[in-house]
Design a protein around this ligand. Structure first.
Ligand code: NAD
Length: 328
């Protein structure tokens, strides 16, 4: 197994985004793991790597993943998300055209279009008013003519390019439009990875800031293992140029208020939080994925990790990581 990561997350987000601890875990835990510290913007480096490796499957998850950060570093954002993806796709077309190419896209490709849907306000969350969206947002929602943020726009570019290599060249590609992907190994920071960061704040007593929507904005959470299980299902039985909305669906969704309650239930500590009236630009008020298409194409796949289980695992992981850091 070969991995590519240049720890750019530490450059994007500072020391708290450092992922080298995860690399150490991979290197120690997977005997044949080979790591390459290549920047996916390095076209020559990526072409040479794929030519040498001729991988059987390519899973592309490297990205600049934050809206707010993208506005500060637009060149780095676009070069990483759009051009980096093109480098990988073209390398795959030249040297591994039969390899299933699985790209992590994002639900932000829909921009703020979900905010134009009619909503109802419940006691702890917003929800879709129209029965058509009772199961969540389907892949048929338009990605056009809405506010995306620069990050959303660079991810649209890569999402469409991944589809194009599938449709134009007949390659087995898919773009997974992720909701909130998380799990025990996430290095959540304020600008990205809300559930991981929220639980870290809960455990350390740090104040968590909510931006707008009465703290009732709804997030679509999926455990990384369920993400990986879907990738495996696609790799075993790939299709060309597909898109899927990959989230936890309605059952694994939660609002901020509900996340605070769940974190408190798991840790026994009340969340310390503060509220700012102004919402983050383009932030979804309510988003959860309609999983019907994924289940129809891959009937053996389903969500196996509940939201509570996910929160428990994140809390355990942070406890041991924070404990280890104190001991250093
Ligand atoms: N976590 C989420 O909630 C979420 C939601 C929707 C979509 N996604 C998408 O899933 C993917 C993974 O997200 P994540 O949360 O694991 O993010 P992450 O920041 O934890 O992981 C991305 C990794 O890519 C690496 N990287 C960044 N730029 C690179 C470059 N130029 N060359 C080589 N490596 C580079 C980073 O060091 C980091 O380890 C991204 O494409 C993201 O847009 C994530």
């Amino acid at each position: 197994m070969t991995g590519v990561d240049n720890n750019q997350r530490a450059v994007f987000f500072g020391p708290e985004g450092d992922t080298s601890w995860s690399l150490r875990r991979l290197s120690q835990g997977i005997p044949d793991y080979q790591h390459h510290d290549i920047d996916i913007r390095d076209r020559g480096g990526i072409l040479r790597l794929i030519e040498a490796e001729r991988p059987a499957v390519i899973v592309h998850t490297a990205a600049q993943p934050s809206h707010d950060r993208a506005a500060a570093i637009p060149f780095d954002d676009f070069d990483t998300n759009a051009t980096g993806t093109l480098n990988l796709l073209e390398a795959a077309r030249r040297w591994a055209p039969e390899a299933p190419f699985i790209h992590m896209s994002t639900n932000k490709v829909y921009g703020d279009r979900p905010n134009q849907l009619a909503l109802v306000e419940n006691e702890t969350r917003w929800d879709f008013a129209d029965p058509e969206y009772q199961r969540g947002i389907p892949e048929t929602l338009s990605i056009d003519q809405s506010l995306h943020s620069l990050f959303g726009a660079s991810k649209v570019a890569s999402d469409v390019m991944v589809q194009e290599y599938g449709r134009y060249f007949g390659m087995p590609t898919c773009a997974l439009r992720g909701g909130c992907l998380t799990g025990p190994n996430h290095s959540g920071v304020e600008l990205h990875g809300f559930l991981s960061y929220l639980i870290r704040c809960n455990l350390t007593g740090k104040e968590y800031t909510v931006f707008g929507y009465k703290a009732k904005q709804v997030r679509d959470n999926i455990h990384s293992e369920d993400v990986a299980r879907f990738m495996l299902a696609f790799a075993r039985n790939p299709r060309c140029g597909e898109v899927y909305n990959l989230g936890g669906g309605r059952d694994n969704s939660c609002s901020m208020l509900e996340a605070f309650a769940l974190a408190a239930e798991v840790s026994g500590r009340q969340q310390v939080w503060t509220y700012k009236e102004k919402n983050r630009t383009g932030d979804h008020i309510c988003y959860y994925s309609d999983l019907s298409k994924m289940k129809a194409h891959y009937p053996d796949w389903s969500i196996t990790k509940s939201l509570k289980q996910t929160v428990l695992e994140i809390a355990e992981s942070w406890s041991s990581r924070l404990h280890a850091a104190q001991g250093q």
